[in-house]
Design a protein around this ligand. Structure first.
Ligand code: NAP
Length: 250
């Protein structure tokens, strides 16, 4: 079993070096959103084959410096993740990026929707992709949790769903046969967060740069607390989960 740690964030020596993304088929959920578009464009610029996974009905066309860039688009719905298995089989990289933020809500339907979209659907996709991975096949799973894992996002349902996703990611990556990267991002401008201070294009470029440098814990945030708390949190969780759970295999 490949043993890895998320403590490479900010370190001079990366834990796993990915020299290039050239030719890799990279699927991104939430592809029509601000970060989804920016990530797909950045992946395209790095020579990867971008693939949009959308719950929206339209095929994705990106704007590449004024030129339209049509992107292969696969449709899916929350709750129908299993139907994506054949397409996931063909991916080298899956980026679980879709999300919602029911700002200010605390009613039953907002709670259920936040858990369904931000947590349960992400978890089902994660499990499907992990089950496909074989040692040495070069697959990578990137999961966009958020710095809401360790800091307030002024949105309790968002924090609850993203923290639970982050905790389950820490647990399930212990037995992963592929590279697992956690994206911990600070506020950037989008429909989900119109007050974000960073540009999604800059965030996407930095995410891809850190991934290519081999980082498994990818942090892009102006908040120094995130840089301090996130590696400590991942380190503590990893030890606690290892001590109190056992390997699922024979
Ligand atoms: N903005 C921030 O400040 C910030 C900070 C940290 C982390 N994040 C995380 O970054 C990710 C992308 O966020 P963003 O800011 O780029 O948001 P965004 O522009 O609102 O994009 C989110 C995308 O998720 C997909 N989506 C929305 N509702 C869905 C549903 N019910 N079922 C399935 N897919 C749905 C949609 O894409 P399709 O229509 O193409 O499917 C939507 O465009 C999210 O996971 C978010 O939590 C954001």
């Amino acid at each position: 079993m490949r043993k890895s740690t998320e403590l490479s964030a900010g370190a001079a020596v990366p834990s796993i070096v990915t020299a290039s993304l050239v030719g890799m088929r990279c699927g991104v959920t939430g592809a029509g959103g601000s970060l989804g578009r920016a990530l797909l464009l950045e992946l395209h610029r790095q020579g990867a084959v971008p693939i949009a996974l959308r719950h929206g009905s339209q095929d994705l066309v990106l704007d590449d410096n004024g030129s339209p860039l049509p992107v292969q688009t696969i449709r899916w719905q929350v709750g129908e993740e299993q139907a994506l298995q054949p397409q996931l089989q063909d991916l080298d990289v899956l980026v679980i990026n879709h999300g919602i933020n029911r700002l200010g809500a605390r009613d039953a339907s907002a709670a259920a929707e936040s858990l369904d979209v931000n947590l349960l659907s992400a978890l089902r996709l994660l499990e499907l992709f992990l089950a496909l991975a074989k040692p040495g096949d070069g697959r990578q799973l990137w999961v966009n949790t958020s710095e809401a894992e360790v800091n307030p996002a002024l949105s309790p349902l968002y924090e609850i769903s993203k923290r639970a996703l982050g905790q389950l990611l820490s647990l399930r990556r212990l037995d992963a046969q592929c590279i697992v990267r956690r994206l911990v991002l600070g506020p950037f401008r989008s429909e989900l967060n119109p007050y974000g201070v960073m540009r999604p294009e800059g965030v996407a470029a930095e995410v891809v740069r850190q991934a290519m440098a081999g980082r498994e814990l990818i942090i892009v945030s102006p908040n120094p607390l995130t840089w301090l708390l996130m590696p400590l949190t991942c380190w503590g969780r990893e030890r606690y989960y290892r001590w109190f759970t056992r390997h699922p295999g024979p």
